[in-house]
Design a protein around this ligand. Structure first.
Ligand code: NAP
Length: 319
């Protein structure tokens, strides 16, 4: 008999959707009108043994409490900051995520954002389309990447993949993270020092309460009027109000952002600025990465229901 699972979120790749339906009896919360969800959940709660959820949806304590038969949570994503571990751990409910299979594609997007900000591609595209070139409207030169310092905040899987790519552009790499394990690059003493010592600050650390506003007003000021902030991690890591203020007042040079505090809402001030590049949280949004993520999340559920070791269980409560 196929185990029953609750699916939170939507937009899975076709191969993933087919495999989900083939392997499990799926209850899709996103397909239920918001006001009908409490009754819907009450009707299936006693039978739901697993949850399949996205990195941004996760699972909160209230929903977990309404699922008495819950045994396992599989996150389709590497970030688990939207999962309430405090609600799951006492019940012995393991959480799995999908590391590695998305690393290259997220790193590619980080570099694309950095390049787009450095060479001002969105602004130049608008300039050409609006006839600015033909009208010979003045255009200031961009700044070269070669020789500039890229500071990686969180030199984990994605951070290291970003660093490897940026080395190819002739950039110098620095990083900050808590562990002092010997890595190939110089380590700055703090996020503030990293910002001071970098031309580009690329945020690659996990979200969650432990990293909230790691990039605060002081860090943004340390990056400075010639500096660029790139964030592909989570919106919560950056003090968004301080970021907007610094950009508006010319205290920060530019920003390139894939993630925001209140997605999908983006502060209008960010949308209005030419030195800001925006993307709708698409770091892992390639057919290849999303298919691999879905299949890995399913593999974790299958392993659980077969009583086998989970391929990618999240070790402990993330910081
Ligand atoms: P990872 O391998 O666990 O790397 C995270 C790194 O951040 C670790 O090296 C860790 O080192 C560091 N870190 C943790 N807490 C920190 C702190 N307080 N200050 C500074 N550094 C800290 O994770 P990953 O696979 O690279 O993924 C990183 C994050 O990217 C995910 O958590 C997710 O939120 C985000 N992401 C975004 C997208 C997107 O679509 N934009 C896609 C995938 C992932 P220490 O523990 O030593 O500090």
């Amino acid at each position: 008999m196929r185990p029953e699972i609750l699916v939170l979120g939507s937009g899975w790749m076709p191969e993933v959707s087919e495999e989900l339906e083939r392997r499990f009896v799926c209850h899709h919360l996103a397909q239920v009108a918001p006001d009908e969800r409490p009754a819907f959940i009450a009707g299936i709660a006693g039978r739901v043994r697993g949850v399949f959820t996205s990195g941004t949806v996760g699972i909160d304590a209230a929903l977990a409490a309404r699922l008495p038969a819950l045994e396992v949570v599989a996150v389709h994503g590497v970030g688990v900051d939207a999962v309430d571990f405090k609600a799951l751990a006492p019940r012995g409910i393991p959480v799995t995520n999908t590391p590695d299979v998305l690393t290259d594609d997220v790193a590619d997007l980080a570099v694309a954002l950095l390049l787009a900000a450095a060479r001002r591609l969105p602004m130049l595209d608008r300039y050409v389309r609006a006839g600015g070139w033909e009208a010979k409207q003045p255009l200031a030169p961009s700044r070269a990447l070669r020789g500039k310092v890229a500071g990686i905040l969180g030199l984990g899987r994605i951070g290291q993949a970003v660093a490897a790519r940026l080395e190819g552009f002739g950039m110098q790499i620095r990083y900050y993270q808590r562990s002092t394990a010997q890595l190939a690059y110089p380590r700055s003493a703090s996020p503030l020092a990293l910002a001071r010592e970098s031309d580009y600050l690329i945020v690659c650390a996990p979200g969650g309460s432990g990293t909230r506003h790691l990039v605060d007003a002081a860090v943004i000021d340390a990056l400075g009027p010639e500096g660029t902030l790139v964030n592909i991690a989570r919106g919560s890591l950056v003090d968004e109000a301080a970021l907007v203020a610094a950009l508006e007042q010319g205290r920060l040079g530019a920003a390139a952002l894939d993630v925001f505090v209140d997605e999908p809402r983006v502060p209008p001030a960010l949308k209005a600025m030419d030195n800001v590049v925006l993307a709708p949280h698409v770091g892992s949004f390639t057919l290849e990465a999303r298919t691999a993520m879905g299949m890995l999340a399913i593999a974790n559920l299958l392993a659980h229901f077969a009583g086998e070791p989970l391929p990618t269980q999240v070790a402990d409560k993330p910081a």
